[in-house]
Design a protein around this ligand. Sequence first.
Ligand SMILES: Nc1ncnc2c1ncn2[C@@H]1O[C@H](COP(=O)(O)OP(=O)(O)OP(=O)(O)O)[C@@H](O)[C@H]1O
Length: 417
Amino acid sequence: MSINDIAVKVESISKCYYMYQKPEDRLKQMFLSRFPIEKSFVKEFWALRDVSFEIKKGETLGIIGRNGSGKSTLLQLIANTLSPTSGSVRVNGRVSALLELGSGFNPEFTGRENVYLSGSIYGISKSEMDMKIGEILDFADIGEFIDQPVKTFSSGMFARLAFSVAINVDPDILIVDEILAVGDSAFQAKCNRAFHKLSDEGCTVLLVTQDPYMVRNFCSKALYLKKGNVISYGNPTAVTDKYLREIEQAQSRDMAVEDGLISKEQAQEMDLNSDLVEGPIFRIEDVKILDANYQPVDKFYTGDDIILQFKYLNLAKSTKEKVVFVFSLYRHDDFYICGNTTLMDGLSPFTPKNEGIVEVRFPNIRLLSGNYKFRVAVDDERGIGIFTEAFTKPFEVEDNFEAVGLINLERNWEVKG
Ligand SMILES: Nc1ncnc2c1ncn2[C@@H]1O[C@H](COP(=O)(O)OP(=O)(O)OP(=O)(O)O)[C@@H](O)[C@H]1O
């Protein structure tokens, strides 16, 4: 691959913020501005540590992670609105960046004036902008507000106009930080279509979102950040799976804190150590879906009774670690439907034998027509660390057109009047 095929190359980038211990220290440092930062005045905070990746032209990268994980910092470093503490970023092409809501627009100017102002920042002349503005206004669809000062705009209107400008300045690389979340769902769908069109035309898109499904549906690569470190990079499904598991674990910890089972400090400690437990201590084999007569099936009907069965092997033959068993259900496209653990269902953690069989019975399964798969896992006794996991083969469900969608809800109709 030639260097010309690369749109963005991030090499060992780190960003440290310095937090002043006392306000007067900040003042003292201002007087010493010609000198390096005096370390005794500040506490270091590393928002990003040693992040490296490269994105080819025309690829779309989805960046996910919990609040404060460093996503916006990374985008700002790529958009060159922030400088790294160490490492380097190389960008090949014209960058259009939609960072914080409000940045780039002058609040006193009208929407229309801001469109021309933004154009001039991107080197687009007034006459060129005269030709583009119709399309920009069409996409933004904010009606006569376009001639009002943008300080009077709602955040959704702001996002509409900013996005519309950003995609119409002929970017080679479009960087979008979450601001789409403030738009309504019709606008979000419109943005998704615009993303697809741009990437079909060869534009590289880097996108921060809290929505793993958007990453799966739209991105060709994904990057998962946690506390400024890259936890996972590459295939969007694999990366977002890992992120969703972190979210599940965080929810379990929050519930445990609420129920008084662990302290907030213990939860924070677990969070720091919550990546996959190292080393193969357990293995899962023979994951099967069976009918009520214990016959393997890969297709059944809504309302059937089914059994999810798997075998676990305790490779370390140790009884030191107690375990919790887990299942999760996904649609064929990896849309996460639901999941549950033996712990959540009130079963105490198990002392594992050298091997054993686990069964989950689902009477009267409510799934509707479609293709699905189960994930099963052996977790540590808190349901937090994952010892091992496995998936069933995809299976098919057929309904008798009892309802449409994913699940058939039990229901009683009453029509009054
Ligand atoms: N100017 C700053 N000074 C000190 N710390 C900062 C500064 N800007 C960001 N941070 C810290 O750096 C960390 C990463 O922030 P960043 O905004 O990149 O996270 P994020 O993943 O985008 O979060 P969110 O999803 O909440 O937007 C956070 O802990 C934040 O408090």
